[in-house]
Design a protein around this ligand. Structure first.
Ligand SMILES: [Ca+2]
Length: 104
């Protein structure tokens, strides 16, 4: 897998303020991977890879209530670092990639 780690460019502000870490343990705090404002890009796709470069999640981001909950095939993923790749799927926009951390 080759990830071109670029921010959004052109007139589009980068979405660099999403939470670096989250705790998908169902306690009501930071239980999903919130990426503020991404739902405005209606064609977006969010992909999560583990450090073995295996895809553990891929879906459209539709807001905090429709975001990755830290599970893979119905089970919580192990604590650790993951790579989040955002495909905007908009003309003139690339991908954005960022490391995130899952803890419980
Ligand atoms: Ca939590």
């Amino acid at each position: 897998m080759i990830v071109k780690a670029v921010g959004a460019y052109g007139t589009v502000p980068p979405l660099t303020d999403f939470n670096n870490g989250f705790s998908p343990n169902g306690d009501g705090t930071a239980d999903t991977l919130v990426i503020q404002g991404l739902e405005a890009y209606v064609n977006n796709v969010v992909k999560i890879y583990n450090l073995s470069q295996r895809l553990v999640f891929s879906a459209h981001y539709g807001g905090p209530g429709n975001a990755w909950d830290g599970t893979h095939k119905g089970r919580r993923v192990p604590v650790g670092s993951y790579l989040c790749v955002i495909d905007y799927n908009e003309p003139g926009m690339g991908q954005e990639a960022k490391m995130i951390y899952v803890n419980y």
